[in-house]
Design a protein around this ligand. Sequence first.
Ligand code: DGJ
Length: 676
Amino acid sequence: MKLLAHSLVRIETDNAALVFGVTEDGKLVQLIFGSKAEECGEPSVAYPTWGDGWVYEPAFQATHSDGNTSVDLRVTDIIQAENLTRIQLGDAAYALRVDLLFRVYPKYDVIESWTEVSHDEPGEVVLQTFASSSLDFGQGEAFVTQFRGDWNDEVHMEEERLTYGLKVLDSKLAVRAHQFRAPWFLLARGGPAKEDEGEVLGGSFAWSGSFRFSFERLPQGSLRAICGINPFASAYRLSTGETFETPRMTWAYSPSGTGNLSRNLHAWTRAHVLRDGHQSRSILLNNWEATYFSFDETKIFSLLDGAKDLGIEMFLLDDGWFGTKHPRDSDNQGLGDWTPDPKKLPNGVRAVADAAATRGLRFGIWLEPEMVNPRSELFEAHPDWAIRQPGRELETQRNQLVLDLSNPDVEAYVFSLVDQVLSTDPGITYVKWDCNRYVTQPGSPYLPPDKQSHLPVLYVQALYRIFDRLAKAHPHIQIMMCSGGGGRVDLGAMRYAQEFWPSDNTDPARRVLMQWAYSQFWPPIAVSAHVTDMGHRPIDFAFAVAMSGRLGMDMDLDKLSSSERDLARKTVEAYKGIRDVVQLGTQYRLQSPFEGPRSALMSVLEDRAIVFVYSLGESPEGPLQLRGLDASRNYRVREMMKDVETIHRGSNLLEEGLPLPAYGEFGNGVFELTAV
Ligand code: DGJ
């Protein structure tokens, strides 16, 4: 393959380089992806299309308006300005264009990659496969880590070597990215991923619907990753003159292990993805695990009193507050009818918001605006607003259906319903946005027969428009992104939110592992971590675990013993003193809970640090090496819940470590370090 001498396109961050070239016949080839120090390797096809000789997994396949199923792309222009590179490709024989776009965030070693597809053909072009990103990782060994799971059991880290053939990580859930697998993965080169050494990439897809990551080791030995919207049953008929923009695939690069990768991703996510990524968060009490559907105003007021007494700053009223004809007393009715249940809340939501305000608490509310129970006034009035397929018995999950956001009337309805709830009760400053099912019968009563396969794409696009309009109309409202737990922890949805609900599994013993897994990609400020009595673990352990994220509680405070109440009060107070360090600091993972009974994390902000130690079994005494401190300074180390203080030299803490005692099961320590 001969390259045009002047054709190199370098896309660079501080440590990574993605280099393309153009062959004499105008084909785009990839020469490097990885360390900046890498020499240009063998050219490989940059964005393989079906029909120009490529016989492996393609990044792009389309049917032209005349029925031709092949695509042959040649470079027509390359535009580089500041941090954005646009490589324009055009079909050699058709008026079809595919632009490859790359945005770099140099200091975080992050590259976003996506495409724009358009055409001027005389009829529709059907996009069959339309990946956001296709990269070649060369010949070396590579290991992928996926984050798999299920409801109540999210993000198990599972690593495997990629051998010859195709490995696909995908989801076909349409309205959420994740139930069985998160839309992010690690890819380690040369050996399994390690915390502090080795070349590793993080791939994360900004889309809250069906996705597909394919890894194919070709017969020649090189490994290719193709990432984008899942093309399964999602063909998209692109009209003449229309532009289809694919979601962004984010690649983060680290030459020195996953720890560095995560720290960069945390900082980038706070700066460029999350809303208010630099503002610390309120401590909240949620009533879900305290009451489930069974509460009334008196009970809620009593929880508000409890919250105030403990120093909690916000109350979140969860599911069950609405429904008149079909009161939401269980999950089998009422969803869709967003008027307060007069039996539970005779004075409306406003009375609760006011009662919260009188106690000095912020107030938040649970909504699941995209869904409907068949037993609801909304469904009775609009049976054609639900996603369903003709001739099939309606299949519910959690007794509910998904509203058809591809229908503009439904999109407008969902926006105005949330807008109205927020405008009617100005006391609301926080929303938990839930989504408790995925799609199994992907049919739209609104879309014409030849556009049924557009539903998965149109749904997510409409959802983002709703999120966007709401964020603009109600900028002070904070959002907890929830989807029956962690189903929408993706870069697409999280652009509109401040934090996410990681899982309905709140057992702190499980959360230690989950929080470790989430931390690979997500900063502690985004992780809603609530103290509950799930698992019946010691409450101090539950607090220590929750304090390493955004602390909250989800318990019936009326049932706390007086010693538990004292501990809760003291811990909430203590968290207020350290939350800036936890939420706005730099996190180091010190000891993995997958490698032994004792695990540890720490966060550092300027001259302060917080260290969390958790023991999931019997762990012997032994030092814990710390990170991120100034070797030349002394640190006052205070074990927070015990008020014991010692002074240590930074260099000792970094090299020999902080001496720790033996811990029994669920033993824990939270240490505050201050440079003196
Ligand atoms: C699923 C969420 O994950 C829970 O926290 C709770 O809000 C329920 N939905 C309410 O139905």
